[in-house]
Design a protein around this ligand. Sequence first.
Ligand code: IMP
Ligand code: MG
Length: 185
Amino acid sequence: MNLQEVDILITAEEIKAKVQELGRLVAEDYRGRDLLVIGILKGAFMFMADLIREIDTPLEIDFMAVSSYGASTVSSGEVKIIKDLDYSIKGRNILIVEDIIDTGLTVKYISSILHKREPASIKICCMLDKPHRRKTDIKADFSGFSVDDRFIVGYGLDYAEKYREYPAICELKASVHQKQEDRDE
Ligand code: IMP
Ligand code: MG
């Protein structure tokens, strides 16, 4: 981790404890029922991999990729499916796993698309939540940490595809994204 570019907000140890807690809650909820966990690429890949190992009840996984911000730190509200699910979700209990819910537009759009495919139920699990930035009425059923309006990288989250591999949840220093945005202008 380059500590000149980021500040650590949540350490890998704190993440691990939270993911264990979320995994227990999900397992309790779905015990004895079918469960299909759907990870939203790319941001959720690390959280999803850790989370499913803490869910002690049988499950299946699938992935969906949608476009989000591009290189900017501001949501356009535009979402496009880049990779769809491999399997039908009709009659299944699905748990959507997201890295972060910011405005809520992405997860709201994904839920509405999946709703039309007639699953038995839809729930949402996110690692991070920025509740103050919400533009929709969407709420996660399982949520890790609330964060203020800061730009987060690490633990799967990127800024222009960088920093995803950092094991901690970090804030990208303003000086770093400011420099990039000045270059883009
Ligand atoms: P929303 O549609 O505004 O809720 O944004 C959700 C998506 O935007 C997430 O899946 C992330 O890919 C991305 N995103 C939102 N906030 C951040 C952030 O602070 N850092 C990195 N990506 C973010
Ligand atoms: Mg992203």
